[in-house]
Design a protein around this ligand. Structure first.
Ligand SMILES: Nc1ncnc2c1ncn2[C@@H]1O[C@H](COP(=O)(O)OP(=O)(O)OP(=O)(O)O)[C@@H](O)[C@H]1O
Length: 271
């Protein structure tokens, strides 16, 4: 379980990106984090893994307050957090398999990670994950030979190879087409449910968030202005988060596009 307790961040420039944000994410729950540009979504994700230093408050992961950790203890805590990025953050010249195995780097001794030697268990696990994300035929391809959707699946497998206790996902679908985006969201959701993993997904696409997450948290100017079930995200709530817009029409247009799409192949089975 993840608990944020009055998490705050004011940058050196004086910009307050987060003010006293508190919520809990229980095991297995997938949270969609939404809000307008500048609301503090990336800052929130980065404060959790300490890529940004919080100015105040606590980030408690399975009983440990991550905010007070330093040095080795912080490194050990970070490997408990799987990250999935918008731009995939793969090592382009390495193979798919090597990219997935890099999820173990935080675990192997320095000399082994330098030589990129992994245990047979790590390799077997990586094969299994690649199979689960539908990429077992591509294990030996270079990452730069893959499509965006395939790269993101490698990113998911790499995060899971790490055996994380928490997944932080930053705009996973921003560079993908609508159908691939849905497959990726479905994969992330089913991986979390199967492993009882809590996840926070920073996502701009409100409809995707509504469809594929268990709970939505709406940030505005660094504060939580909505926290509830996806179906409670009414037009009034969207206006509270983003300001005036014709939300009903937006949903209508999106649904019209949806009907013309062929049924998606569910790659997530077994994940
Ligand atoms: N490194 C930084 N230094 C100073 N201010 C920053 C820094 N990073 C973010 N901010 C400010 O903090 C606030 C929140 O930014 P943040 O990037 O967290 O928002 P966001 O919701 O992720 O936006 P977007 O959806 O556009 O990525 C903004 O006012 C931004 O200008």
């Amino acid at each position: 379980m993840l608990e944020l307790d009055r998490l705050s961040k004011t940058y050196a420039t004086g910009d307050t990106a987060l003010s006293q944000v508190s919520f809990e994410v229980p095991a297995g729950q997938v949270v969609g984090l939404i809000g307008p540009s500048g609301a503090g979504k990336s800052t929130l994700i980065r404060c959790i893994n300490r890529l940004v230093e919080p100015s105040g408050g606590k980030v408690i992961l399975s009983g440990t307050n991550l905010v007070t950790l330093r040095g080795n203890a912080l490194r050990r805590a970070r490997r408990r957090i799987g990250m999935i990025f918008q731009e995939y953050a793969l090592v382009e010249r390495l193979t798919v398999m090597e990219n997935v195995l890099s999820g173990r780097l935080g675990y192997v001794p320095a000399w082994r990670s330098f030589l990129r030697r992994y245990s047979p268990e790590d390799v077997a696990k990586a094969f299994s994950l690649l199979e689960q994300v539908g990429l077992s035929d591509h294990f030996n391809k270079r990452a730069d030979a893959l499509s965006g959707g395939q790269r993101q699946r490698v990113g998911i497998a790499r995060a899971l190879e790490q055996d994380p206790e928490l997944l932080l996902v930053d705009e996973p679908t921003a560079s993908l087409d609508p159908k691939t985006s849905r497959q990726i969201m479905r994969l992330i959701g089913s991986a979390c449910r199967k492993r009882n993993l809590p996840a926070i997904i920073n996502i701009h696409d409100v409809l995707l968030a509504q469809q594929f997450t268990d709970r939505i948290i709406g940030l505005k100017a660094g504060e939580v202005v909505f926290d509830g079930k996806p179906e409670a995200l009414t037009d009034q709530v969207l206006t509270r988060i983003y300001g005036d817009e014709d939300w009903t029409r937006m949903r209508g247009e999106e649904n019209a596009g949806e009907e013309s799409q062929p049924p998606t192949v569910d790659l997530a089975e077994g994940l």
